[in-house]
Design a protein around this ligand. Structure first.
Ligand code: NI
Length: 171
């Protein structure tokens, strides 16, 4: 299976709400397989379709880093139906290479989504799992983690991105 090209901020596809998935079949299953492979190759714990230049409401995640098969989740048409509590922790994003910033998120989140066959499921997660489903569902809504930073951290991150762009280290 081919690796997909991950686009970096500020690619327009990252900043637009993605379209709902209506067709479930071989094509979707193949895309999800490619997204898992691309995510593992990039050593990420989550990857959303807009990050591979596809404006569809799809993400994959695995907070175990392929150590635990039960942690391997594909979410189609994801929505967050419940949140509670707060946590702050360092976060990165494959579309922001080299940027790690503390982000305040909910401590617990319940995700509702469809699997690759179109069956609805819920995932009730805390800590890293909650952080990941919130981050990836945001991607499907055209929200990037820059939008979740404090003003000060956002300005610092933007300056770092500009420096990297100037030196050709950020495409
Ligand atoms: Ni991300």
């Amino acid at each position: 299976m081919p690796l997909l090209k991950i686009v970096n901020y500020p690619a327009p596809v990252l900043l637009a709400a993605a379209r709902p998935v209506e067709e479930f079949g071989d094509k979707l299953a193949a895309l999800v397989g490619d997204m898992f492979e691309t995510m593992y190759h990039a050593k990420g714990v989550g990857l959303a379709a807009p990050q591979v230049n596809i404006s569809s409401r799809i993400f994959v995640m695995d907070c175990s880093g392929s150590e635990d098969e039960t942690q391997k989740i594909a979410a189609i048409n994801p929505e967050i139906i419940y949140t509670e509590g707060k946590q702050t922790g360092d976060e990165g994003c494959l579309s922001f290479p080299g940027i790690y910033v503390p982000i305040r998120r909910n401590l617990r989140a319940i995700l509702r989504a469809q699997d690759v066959s179109g069956n609805w499921f819920e995932l009730d997660g805390t800590e890293l799992t909650a952080r990941c489903v919130l981050h990836e569902t945001d991607h499907c809504d055209g929200i990037v983690f820059l939008d979740r930073m404090t003003v000060l951290k956002r300005e610092m991150a933007k300056r770092k991105i500009k420096r990297l762009q100037k030196t050709g280290k950020w495409e």
